[in-house]
Structures are given as C-alpha cells and as structure tokens.
Design a binder for this molecule. Structure first.
Ligand SMILES: *Cc1c(COP(=O)(O)O)cnc(C)c1O
Length: 368
C-alpha cells in the first residue's frame, strides 16, 4: 500500500515542536493576527526574497486581495489559463472582472506566453500565470508582454513555495504573488491559510487593510474590506514547518529524480524547464489510458490523483464565459491524460520503487 499523501508521517516527525507551538498560542489567547502572524509574515517574505508578505485565510483570499490591490474590478479582463485549480478563475470573478483564458504549453502544463498578445483587449488589466504543479511559468516573456501593454502580473504560486525561475523565487517575480497553505500544499497549515507577497509598499498596505475590513485602525474603515484574517494557530504551525521546507523540497526533488530513472521510456514524465527549480507539489505523468492506469494502480493499493479532470472553461459553473470544447486543445488534452503519483517528502525509496514497478508492469502489459 502506498498512499497518495500521508500528512500523519510529517506530524509525527515534528509532533513535539508543533504541539508546543499550538499550545503557546492557546496560552497566549491571541488567536487572530498578532505576533505569531507578524513573525511568520516576515519569515515567509524573506524565504520568498520578497520585501512584504501579508497573511490571509486562504490561497483564494490571497488571489482576491492581490486583484483588489491591483485595482481590478467589474468591466476589466484578466488573462489566465483554464488548466488550473478553479480558484484562479474564481478569484477573478469575485472582483466582477472576466477571466480570459489562453492555452498551456503542453511540455510544462504552464501558460504559453506566445498566446497572450492575441488575448489582450483595451479592457485587459492583468495576467495571472499559474506556477502549476510547483514549476514556475515562463516568466521572462510573460513580463515582457505585460510591460509592453502596461499590465499587472499576479503570480498564482499556490503550488510553488520555493520554486525558482532563473534564480528568482516564486512570489518575487511579478507585481504580486499568491500562496496557499491548504494542508496538502508543500507548506501546509493545520487548517486554512494563504499569503500575498509583493515588493510594493502601497499594495502591501492596501492588502493589510482589505484583509481586516478595510480598517486603517480599529473601527476606522477606509476601504470596503473583508474578513480574510490569518489565525495565530496556523501561523505558529507554519513557522515551525517553514524551517523544514527546504529539506522537504529537496526530498520531493529526489523522489522525482528517482521516478525519472525508474520510469524513463515507460511513460511520459514531467519536464523541468531549463533555469527552473521545480518543487514537485505534484508529480504529473501523462498516459493515453490514464483512467485504466489509475484503476490498476488503485487495485494494487497505490494512491494517485488527477489534477485536473475538467479544465475550467468546460466546467458547468463557468460555461457562461462562452468557451466550449476545442477552445483550448492542450488544456483539454492534459486534463484527459494527467495522472499524479505520490511524491510527498516522507515517501520511502521502497515506496517510490513499488509505484514505479507497478506502472512499468501496467505500461508493459498495455503495449502488448
Ligand atoms: C490550492 C490552490 C489555490 C487556492 O488555495 P486555497 O488555499 O485552497 O484557497 C489557488 N490556485 C491554485 C493553483 C491552487 O493549487
């Protein structure tokens, strides 16, 4: 039996430290924002090589806050990809703006920069590249086209804590960066959490107000804000876990390298683009007979997942955007062929070998 993800292993390794951190918050009775949140914001900003980081209560809120700080609202258009978690487009819709999709590069699953220009209209205000599965989008050409058209760039780095593009950390490349601390992410809280990074002090200040009802100080509201505050228990847990993140990321990368050695030639493997540091939030292989492979692996006790079976432009909730089948062929193709293998840091060598052996057996059977 190899689970797709086992959060208990990590908790048991760090139980002493985590329990002490949580109990410290309970003793303090400072539950919302406060010193643990401020300390975590400083530590996470430094980890991302970004001057400011503002904690909030989910990755979705982080995206919403970043869009609001950038001044995006009804009547505006924001360019992103349909092959991502629904929150990327959902947060755009929260503001009243319209998501305008461009297709992905099938080699990396990330935004194809060559398609952006044709999607720009006089209403376009921003681009949200998603660093999908833990690998940065091709930010050089994305920033170039954004600069030429005076568009904001908001990184959806919800899966990309510690990922790098040409030596620059995710969250420090665009105007704003958005991260999620959902428990299954590379840096996961014990509840909901998110953060926005930026180098712009005005955006940082706006976001700090918007996450707490738009208050400049208590009961003095200057913006129409939200209750998007980060709680102290999450910040305390995240502070402990952040100290291990580099070690865990290297373990994920080692698992990915081992899969590549064991599976080369048997299945289509994920590619790490030149100059990127992929942090393997997801280890995404592709197979023509993905559903049969997933079923066979499940029968062998091996957990896998599919990210994502329906691209956003084909989901019922977002049909009103007016796209249809065939609008984004690479996204649609990826959604039919993607299969995520276990890659979490605590996975043992024997487990990686077991998963690879079962896949090789299935792939071998299948070609005959
Ligand atoms: C997880 C995720 C989000 C949303 O984060 P939540 O914390 O679940 O709100 C946004 N975008 C991407 C790409 C994600 O993977």
């Amino acid at each position: 039996m190899v689970p797709f993800l086992d959060l208990k292993r990590q908790y048991h390794e760090l139980k002493g430290e985590i329990d002490a951190a949580v109990l410290g918050v309970l003793e303090s009775c400072q539950f919302i924002l406060g010193p643990e949140v401020t300390a975590f914001e400083e530590e996470f900003a430094s980890y991302c090589q970004a001057p400011y980081a503002i904690g909030c209560n989910s990755g979705t809120s982080a995206l919403h806050l970043a869009l609001l700080a950038a001044g995006i609202g009804a009547g505006d258009e924001v360019i992103t990809v349909p092959f991502t978690f629904v929150a990327t487009a959902g947060a755009i819709r929260y503001t009243g703006a319209r998501p305008v999709f461009v297709d992905i590069d099938p080699a990396t699953f990330n935004m194809d920069p060559a398609q952006i220009e044709a999607a720009i209209t006089p209403r376009t205000k921003a681009i949200i590249p998603v660093h999908l599965f833990g690998q940065c989008a091709d930010m050089g050409p994305i920033l170039e086209v954004a600069h030429r058209h005076r568009l904001m760039v908001i990184e959806d780095a919800a899966q990309a804590h510690g990922a790098e593009y040409q030596g620059r950390r995710a969250g420090s490349i665009g105007d704003l960066g958005c991260f999620s601390f959902y428990p299954g992410k590379n840096l996961g809280a014990y509840g909901e959490g998110g953060i926005v990074t930026t180098a712009n002090p005005e955006y940082a200040q706006r976001i700090r107000m918007l996450r707490d009802w738009g208050a400049e100080r208590r009961y003095h509201y200057v913006l129409q804000g939200y209750n998007y505050r980060l709680d102290s228990v999450q910040a305390a847990v995240l502070r402990v876990k952040l100290r291990y993140l580099e070690r865990w990321t290297e373990a994920r990368r080692a698992n990915a390298r081992r899969y590549a050695e064991l599976l080369g030639g048997a299945v289509e493997l994920p590619e790490e683009a030149l100059g990127n540091r992929h942090v393997y939030a997801v280890f995404a292989i592709q197979a023509q007979n993905r559903d049969a492979m997933q079923k066979a692996l499940a029968a062998d006790g091996i957990g896998t997942a599919v990210y994502y079976p329906v691209p956003i432009h084909l989901s019922q909730a977002h049909r009103d955007l007016g796209y249809g089948p065939g609008s984004f062929p690479h996204s649609e193709h990826a959604s039919q062929r993607e299969l995520s293998l276990p890659v979490f840091p605590e996975l043992t060598d024997a487990e990686v070998e077991e998963v690879a052996a079962r896949i090789r057996a299935f792939a071998g059977k299948d070609v005959n």
